[in-house]
Design a protein around this ligand. Structure first.
Ligand code: SF4
Length: 394
């Protein structure tokens, strides 16, 4: 059973905000574990042409969303730090031209240590980026090589130092549960990592995704990842170390000092609205009582052609009925330590959680109630999140 920690509220839980996500789909090399929409091009990418595409698609999405106040922008990828600062500036100006951008907006950009140069970082900051998320991934060169990363530990630490100096907010990612990683190895690495952290860390377990080179190796028995028991031990060590330095998990894999949580990601997990711009981007936009789910064409050049021909690259547009919205709300909300708003779920699904299933999950220590209106996973439940969600959603 978990110890009950108090419910923290980050911003206004009842107003999940409105985010704009922009996807830059290019990387310098493809990492062998990656199933993101990322592509390697050996010719220079025509950035001004992509900017035009982003601006045209923004206009189409603005027509769907109506006027909104943007609470966060996230430039993700791929490797957005391959963009020129002028490209980033044009994208941010485009967003400001279509929606209201308040002064205290959070603007995050993902960056890879291998593509970091001080001049570009200063340029991104001048363009308006006020938070950077660095893909550090490991703090030893053997594992960085295994993960197919183009940077070494020295590059990573240089990028961390630069980011700390230039941006008001900074986070970095690490991947753990690597082959042969012992809990002692991970504890040592994580303790070193937290000494460089500012107020936020994303700590992901290595997952083997279908269609990746790691998937083939894993299937052939040539890549062995920690089993469920070892993963649980690594996960618990992660929780203990981050909690001890005042950066507890506020989501399955995300840790922050209270108040330093990623506002953009909270919008996803609190099931707010967000616009998805660029190749392979997803969006959720409320239109009256309905929510429209959008997904754009994934191939960058095909997306660009579509945008140039008809004004947007949206390949799928689905109207989510209240039941589908209730499922998504549960799926996203149970990732959070603050849990999910049950009254919102009841309103959408038109029912209460099945009492027998809920009792079973509570008795086995996987979920807990927070007052009458919130439900959340315990740390044990977080380890089997997909099963918990499937059980409750039925
Ligand atoms: S840098 Fe990131 S997005 Fe690009 S291939 Fe590697 S993991 Fe995927």
């Amino acid at each position: 059973m978990s110890k009950k920690t108090p419910l923290t509220t980050i911003g206004d839980v009842t107003d999940p905000g409105f985010g704009v996500y922009v996807h830059w789909p290019f990387c310098a090399a493809k990492c062998p574990y990656c199933d993101f929409n990322s592509h390697v091009r050996h010719q220079p990418v025509d950035q001004p042409r992509f900017v035009e595409g982003f601006l045209r698609e923004m206009a189409a999405v603005r027509a769907l969303s109506g006027p909104r106040t943007v609470t966060s922008i996230f430039l993700g990828g791929g490797t957005p730090s391959l963009m020129e600062p002028a490209t980033v500036e044009a994208i941010l100006n485009g967003i400001a031209g279509h929606w209201h951008m308040p002064d205290d907006i959070e603007i995050t950009m993902e960056a890879n240590p291998s593509s970091v140069e001080a001049t570009r970082f200063y340029g991104y900051r001048a363009a308006g980026v006020n938070r950077v998320s660095l893909g550090v991934q490991a703090l030893n060169n053997r594992d960085l090589k295994f993960l197919g990363r183009l940077h070494n530990v020295e590059d990573a630490l240089k990028a961390v130092r630069l980011a700390r100096d230039i941006f008001p907010r900074m986070s970095f990612d690490l991947i753990y549960a690597r082959p042969d990683q012992t809990v002692e190895d991970w504890e040592r690495e994580l303790k070193e990592a937290v000494s460089y952290a500012v107020d936020h860390l994303s700590l992901y377990q290595l997952t083997i995704e279908e269609g990746t080179p790691f998937y083939g190796l894993h299937k052939a028995g040539k890549l062995i990842v920690p089993d469920g028991e070892q993963s649980a031990v690594l996960y618990e060590a992660t929780q203990e170390i981050t909690a001890a330095i005042g950066m507890p998990a506020y989501e399955v894999s995300n840790h922050a000092q209270p108040g330093a949580e990623s506002r953009h990601n909270l919008t996803y997990w609190r099931y707010g609205d967000y616009a998805g711009i660029g190749p392979g981007a997803h969006g959720r936009l409320s239109v009256g009582a309905e929510k429209v789910a959008t997904a754009t064409e994934r191939n960058p050049e095909a997306w660009l052609r579509l945008v140039e021909e008809r004004g947007d690259g949206i390949a799928e547009r689905e109207l989510l009925d209240p039941e589908a919205q209730a499922d998504e709300l549960l799926l996203m909300g149970l990732r959070l330590r603050e849990g999910v708003d049950l009254s919102r779920w009841q309103m959408l699904s038109g029912r209460d959680p099945d009492p027998d299933r809920e009792r079973f999950l509570i008795e086995h220590g996987f979920i807990e109630r927070l007052g009458n209106s919130r439900l959340r996973c315990t740390p044990a439940g977080m380890l089997i999140l997909d099963s918990v969600v499937a059980d409750l959603a039925c």
